[in-house]
Design a binder for this molecule. Sequence first.
Ligand SMILES: NC(=O)c1ccc[n+]([C@@H]2O[C@H](COP(=O)([O-])OP(=O)(O)OC[C@H]3O[C@@H](n4cnc5c(N)ncnc54)[C@H](O)[C@@H]3O)[C@@H](O)[C@H]2O)c1
Length: 339
Amino acid sequence: MNDPLRVAVVGAGGWGQQHARVFAQRQDTDLVAIVGRDHDRTSAHAERWGTRGYTDLHGMLDAERPDLVTISLPNEHHFATTLEIIRSGTPLFVEKPLVFDLDEADALLREAAERDLFFGIDFNHRFAEPVQRAKAAVDADELGRVVFATWRFGGSANYGTSRHANLIETQCHGFDLLEHLVGPITSVMAQMTDVTYGDWSTLALALEFEGGPVGTMLGTYDSSYAYPDSQLIEINGVGGRAVIHDTVRELELSRADHPETRVWRAGYFDDEARSFHRTFDRHVDAVLAAFRDGRQPPVHARDGRRALELAHAAVVSHETGTRIATTRRDVDPLPRNER
Ligand SMILES: NC(=O)c1ccc[n+]([C@@H]2O[C@H](COP(=O)([O-])OP(=O)(O)OC[C@H]3O[C@@H](n4cnc5c(N)ncnc54)[C@H](O)[C@@H]3O)[C@@H](O)[C@H]2O)c1
């Protein structure tokens, strides 16, 4: 048995509690620190998870020398702290979105690549049971040639300072999942509305994928997460169709011209597969396995940059009324072990 990995969590807000929970409870990790801004709140969080609280990132890095740092900071405040951790030479696993600005994304990727750092991003939707089963069906050619795909996701507003908060911080999951399930998106056209509170809170995108499939994305902050099918994904091939309801709730697999549909739902006692939060635990399983083996993370931060690139293409499309080509070209130099 290897020694437990020493993991520090930066950001102890709502979702940071999931980070703390996972690394405090696993047998193969020690949660060695939580870093926050407010001394009393950070101490209380640290006490809850049986670890030490810090308000000084550098002090924590010097004192604890963690093997891995995870970051779960407010959406629009990822850059400076991520850069600081990269420059300390510490491997890291960060929350989506990578950042809001493409130059900042490139700077982070470049600095991490120069240090050959492990740099993963939490696109945890990929690890939901219905998504994994849908991916297996696509890979096994059960749907036949995919012709179109649809993503719809949204609920109430998560206000940010960017007018494109919804597109960048929430729909990044959609860009990532559609490319994961269908393949590279080669062009984007966008419509957006700001009628409710002045930000581009609902958007509709038309997509083209490499090899011919087309797709749509509907992302909104003007709806409700209380509605069934707040998230709906459909992958339609000539031979069959996969439909995912609410990420973890249900997968339907149908075959063309067969009026029966196979349905996956978590079994009565299977709370793990039914839980959205547990998609993070599953992702951490894969992250730690890769980290221990010296492999690249299962979802590299480059994929965060890619989702941001697609979001920016949607912004340009909306502003210019044109279709924007989005062929993927990774800009960071490949780390040594990938050359
Ligand atoms: N992958 C997912 O499914 C998922 C789900 C929810 C949230 N998230 C992501 O997690 C991140 C955090 O979201 P949240 O809802 O917890 O946000 P939040 O605003 O509730 O929490 C952020 C915390 O970071 C603290 N903080 C701010 N600046 C700091 C600094 N410099 N150093 C240390 N702490 C600092 C804040 O005080 C706050 O406690 C976001 O990037 C969000 O998109 C991901």
